[in-house]
Design a protein around this ligand. Structure first.
Ligand SMILES: [Zn+2]
Length: 246
């Protein structure tokens, strides 16, 4: 694609929604909780993609391939592990999209925090989250598509209890599935060959993942989950989602 634009870790200030309207050419990095993200842009589209777990390399390769063929804006975390370094601990970046999720994530590998420090960390992450979501969330009627891989046991069956509608295909591996938050999207996706679940009901104590925050914001969100190593499968599922939802 000729109009493909690659911005390594930087975005222009006007993407950040600068209020005064002037075309500020200063570059500012896209970061979340101290970790950088690269932005790859193909044309002008309100379809956004995100790769959040640095160890899920198949998902990264699939998205890298996909964004060179389909219009949209893709955000890639710059990290090699599932968790990102934060202060003196590590945290899961896909557990930071609610305060309670952030709390559990901060305590997971560091149970004890000196008085006041945990609250400060939560406040800092909250400020970061607001800015980061401003950048990654698509504009109205856009879609946010995330890509993930699983390694061992995790599969669609774990999501059934949170799902209001499901479409499970016998011929599909339960570890390859699509999760979405809008019923109209579900109806279209369920007609395809893949496992699909609809999660459109906000739960009280969510785990802080991006899907729940998207649901709270009424943003159309789609997660494409495949087994690690199944690159062709994930590319096909990405193409299917992009071609089916528009
Ligand atoms: Zn993941």
């Amino acid at each position: 694609m000729l109009n493909r634009l690659i911005l390594f870790g930087f975005t222009f200030a006007f993407i950040l929604g600068s209020e005064n309207g002037k075309m500020d050419t200063l570059l500012s990095p896209i970061t979340f909780a101290g970790t950088d993200f690269n932005l790859v842009e193909n044309g002008n589209s309100s379809v956004h993609y995100i790769w959040l777990h640095g160890d899920e390399k198949t998902a990264k390769m699939a998205l890298d391939h996909h964004i060179s063929h389909f219009p949209g804006r893709a955000f890639f975390i710059q990290n090699d592990n599932r968790e990102i370094p934060y202060l003196s601990t590590i945290i899961d970046p896909n557990r930071l999209f609610s305060r309670s999720g952030s709390y559990h994530s901060l305590k997971k590998f560091k149970p004890y925090w000196p008085p006041g420090t945990l609250k400060k960390a939560l406040d800092d992450i909250e400020r970061d989250r607001i800015e980061f979501l401003e950048i990654i969330m698509p504009k109205k009627d856009g879609i946010l598509i995330s890509v993930h891989n699983n390694f061992r046991g995790y599969n669609v069956k774990y999501e059934l209890k949170f799902s209001r509608k499901t479409s499970i295909k016998k011929q599909q591996n339960p570890r390859d599935f699509i999760l979405c938050t809008h019923e109209k999207d579900f109806e279209k996706l369920a007609n395809g060959p893949y496992n699909v679940v609809l999660q459109d009901t906000v739960i009280k104590r969510d785990n802080g993942s991006l899907s729940w925050e998207s649901l709270r914001r009424n943003v159309r969100y789609v997660n494409i989950e495949t087994r690690l190593g199944y690159l062709t499968k994930q590319k096909k599922m990405l193409a299917f989602v992009s071609e089916t939802l528009n």
